[in-house]
Design a protein around this ligand. Structure first.
Ligand SMILES: *[C@@H]1O[C@H](CO)[C@@H](O)[C@H](O)[C@H]1NC(C)=O
Length: 348
């Protein structure tokens, strides 16, 4: 027979047992919450926003590790503009270690534009030393789209040793990919350079003036980018325009400040930072504005050139004196680059 007290005790223990189970469950849940909360905190405090240097703390890993660390919103696959989606077909991997350039001029160009490349090769692209500093000029192309064209490309590469080719479809729409591949090449194949310039194939560059700017004690050697600054530019929403960008790709109505794409100059620590942050910045087809969006994400301001008139989009009637003052200007045809060079460089 179970006494009343025993019965009471028994019930109490049953109650306690159930209660303890609940308590254990509660404690477990609570501990898990604490662990997750701390984990989140840890993850967040490892990368405070808006500072350029913090984007770099994770830099070294991006080349080797497959799973991205910061692509939460974009998913496991990088968006189309991210350079890790592509690989080099033609390359000059040792050029920078051999040359040790102070300044690298990277020229995005269409595969068939051999005249443009040749004009540059015989004008500003020939200048391998300016004010005692080594300068290197390289061309960046995408896929040629044909076996015969590819063969020509390879011949040209063997002859000049100045071509870098990546395996994306080369088109106007894909210029952002080209720019990001340039950034990737600079970050991984040419970290020893101090400055780089993204220079379109239809511009004239006065390297003497560019070097004077870069060697000025007032020009920073880090976190520096300058050019023709584009301020408060509205995003083109006209679907017929070649600059059209959908709201899906870039929802804001105005671009952040960016350097106009025909020629911008930057300290060579930036490419690595831009490539890293671009994992988080959805790609869109306006390459210069895209770089601006990446810079803004890095919390980084562009510098106005000491003399803004040295970075020009166009020039009116040709005047030799103008070309003695500028750093870069778009001039149009390869023949014009040749003509202007000849005239500017003639002895006075
Ligand atoms: C851009 O490049 C990607 C990768 O090569 C390709 O899949 C896509 O078709 C290209 N887009 C255009 C419009 O050329």
């Amino acid at each position: 027979m179970i006494s009343y007290v025993e019965h009471l005790l028994f019930s109490f223990f049953i109650f306690l047992y159930r209660h303890i189970k609940g308590l254990i469950l509660l404690t477990l849940t609570f501990s898990l919450c604490v662990i997750f909360y701390n984990f989140e905190l840890c993850v967040r405090s490892a990368k405070p926003p808006e500072t350029l240097n913090n984007a770099v703390t994770q830099k070294r890993s991006y080349h080797k590790t497959a799973p991205p660390t910061v692509t939460k919103h974009i998913g496991l696959h990088y968006h189309v503009a991210h350079p890790l989606n592509y690989h080099f077909i033609l390359n000059e991997p040792d050029k920078c270690s051999q040359w040790n350039p102070f300044l690298v001029l990277m020229v995005p160009v269409a595969p068939h534009e051999v005249n443009a490349r040749n004009a540059i090769r015989s004008t500003w692209g020939t200048e391998s030393s300016v004010q005692g500093k080594a300068v290197l000029t390289l061309f960046l192309v995408g896929l040629t789209g044909g076996a015969e064209a590819q063969q020509k490309m390879e011949e040209e590469s063997r002859q000049h040793r100045d071509l870098v080719q990546s395996n994306f479809v080369d088109s106007y729409f894909n210029l952002t990919i080209k720019t990001m591949v340039i950034m990737d090449w600079l970050a991984t194949r040419c970290p020893q350079a101090t400055y780089a310039m993204k220079a379109d194939s239809d511009i004239y560059i006065n390297l003497e003036n560019l070097m004077t700017l870069l060697l000025s004690p007032n020009t920073p050697r880090q976190n520096y980018i300058t050019g023709y600054l584009m301020l408060d530019r509205p995003v083109v929403r006209d679907t017929k325009s070649k600059w059209y960008v959908s709201e899906k790709l870039y929802p804001e109505p105005i671009y952040p400040t960016y350097a106009q794409g025909s020629g911008y100059v930057f300290s060579n620590d930036l490419p690595e930072k831009i490539v890293e942050i671009s994992k988080e910045v959805m790609g869109f087809n306006i390459e210069d504005a895209y770089v601006g969006v990446c810079l803004k994400r890095l919390g980084f301001a562009l510098s106005s050139p000491p003399d803004p008139s040295q970075f020009r989009l166009h020039m009116g009637q040709y005047k030799r004196e103008d070309f003695l003052k500028i750093i870069s200007v778009r001039v149009g045809s390869p023949q014009q680059i040749l003509n202007i060079w000849k005239d500017v460089k003639r002895p006075k």
